[in-house]
Design a protein around this ligand. Sequence first.
Ligand SMILES: NC(=O)c1ccc[n+]([C@@H]2O[C@H](COP(=O)([O-])OP(=O)(O)OC[C@H]3O[C@@H](n4cnc5c(N)ncnc54)[C@H](O)[C@@H]3O)[C@@H](O)[C@H]2O)c1
Length: 253
Amino acid sequence: MRLKDKVSLITGAGSGIGQAVALRFASEGAIVVIADRNLEAAEKTQYLIEQTGGTGHAIAVDVTQEQQVVDAIATTIQQFGRLDVLHNNAGISILKPITETTEADWDLLFNINLKGVFFGCKHAIPPMVQQGGGVIINTASELAIVGQSLYTAYCATKGGVLAFTRALSVEWAAKGIRINAICPGPIQTPMLQAEFNLASNPTAEEVATIQSIPVGRLGAPDDIARVALFLASDDAVFVHGAAIVADGGRTTL
Ligand SMILES: NC(=O)c1ccc[n+]([C@@H]2O[C@H](COP(=O)([O-])OP(=O)(O)OC[C@H]3O[C@@H](n4cnc5c(N)ncnc54)[C@H](O)[C@@H]3O)[C@@H](O)[C@H]2O)c1
């Protein structure tokens, strides 16, 4: 077990990538606090963890609300004694040409995708330093590295996550905090399904996206969870400020 008794807090763990990370961490012995603004979804993840004999604890958190993030970290430490791994994973996408993107769209994207990461890191680092170290993982995107039509504002948030992660890792490496980012390619989750309308009627551009992945398939949420597991584990002991791309080779083209 690579995360035996490690206390982890994962945001956006009620669905998709976050849920897969929660299940994989639990299967490796971690205690998992499942934080999501959708409590029912978080409780579903808790149920799935408990079905396999793991320990999960669902809490409602909106990562855009600083006090809720503070409370989530405090609850984790009160209940389980420490916080070893924080995965800032909650995120949304809004697909629009920039000329149709409203200020409200922009603010919502940045508040969830980037400010939520800032709040998580800001409030997890002090207890991690106090306990002698910790690991932070931030979910960015391949779209922090390459561009895609209609995703301009989303790309800006994820580019921000990468720059923030790199700078923060430098700031805290000497204090024993390892901070890294994951850049997933297209992963089959409810978010992507909503974007692509995969089940019913994908557009030609959507079909082209899938065909553009060298491995010839979309990613599975657990493909990303395995990367998160590596970063959370001691195997990544010398990995700081990295952006690990997991995209089936798409950004190499
Ligand atoms: N699916 C992909 O193709 C893909 C690719 C690259 C990056 N990502 C990133 O991966 C992360 C997870 O995406 P996913 O595809 O699993 O999406 P998803 O929609 O399946 O899951 C996202 C979860 O985040 C939660 N959430 C949203 N806003 C929140 C908030 N303010 N506070 C707390 N929880 C909130 C939702 O309730 C949901 O449970 C996101 O950051 C996304 O940008 C996804």
